[in-house]
Design a protein. Structure first.
Length: 192
């Protein structure tokens, strides 16, 4: 297994999509003023928010971290559960991940403010006034700071895709069979 990537890898700009799913161990300071709560995200059958927050490695380098999930309030869906964000330098363990997925939203979905449907990666980089690269870090470890980190496993749904392939080949074979039957065999039988 490859060693965990660290601050020096990010500072050297050596982290890109080729590093997806590798472990990362970073040290830096949270920027809670740029926290984004992505709404309507599920975990363990519940609906809530994924907290995304920048971690400043130094004065110039920032990594976007998906810190964890928090549940939606049952009565007031706009009320956010409290999250503890430590001040000062922290150590974050995680896995390199793609930016948070884009969910369907009505309108352009390009809202600003702490609660958003989706996170426009390029606009977020401009908001932070930093280059954030093409990947994020999904924080792992035990639930803490008011956040759950029981991320769903990566599922490529390969058996489902095989099923679709079988369906399409069966439909193609049926189309060829019907064409031959209706355009060649049936007219020939009528003539004879």
């Amino acid at each position: 297994e490859a060693s965990a990537l660290d601050n020096s890898d990010w500072i050297a700009s050596a982290v890109d999509t080729a590093a997806l799913h590798r472990r990362a161990t970073l040290e830096g300071e949270w920027w809670p003023e740029h926290a984004v709560y992505l709404e309507n995200r599920t975990m363990g059958g519940g609906t809530g928010f994924v907290l995304v927050m920048p971690l400043a490695l130094d004065a110039r380098h920032v990594v976007v971290v998906q810190r964890g999930w928090l549940p939606r309030h049952q009565v007031d869906p706009t009320r956010l559960a409290p999250v503890d964000t430590p001040s000062g330098r922290v150590r974050v363990e995680g896995v390199i991940s793609a930016p948070p997925s884009q969910y369907f939203s009505l309108g352009d979905g390009a809202r600003s403010g702490p609660v958003r449907s989706n996170l426009d990666w390029a606009a977020y980089a401009q908001e932070l006034q930093r280059d954030i690269g093409p990947v994020s870090v999904r924080q792992t470890g035990p639930d803490s700071e008011g956040l759950r980190r029981a991320w769903d496993p990566i599922d490529a749904k390969i058996p489902t895709h095989y099923g679709y392939a079988v369906q399409w080949f069966a439909l193609a074979a049926l189309t060829v069979f019907l064409y031959v039957w209706l355009q060649i065999i049936q007219p020939k039988r009528r003539r004879d």
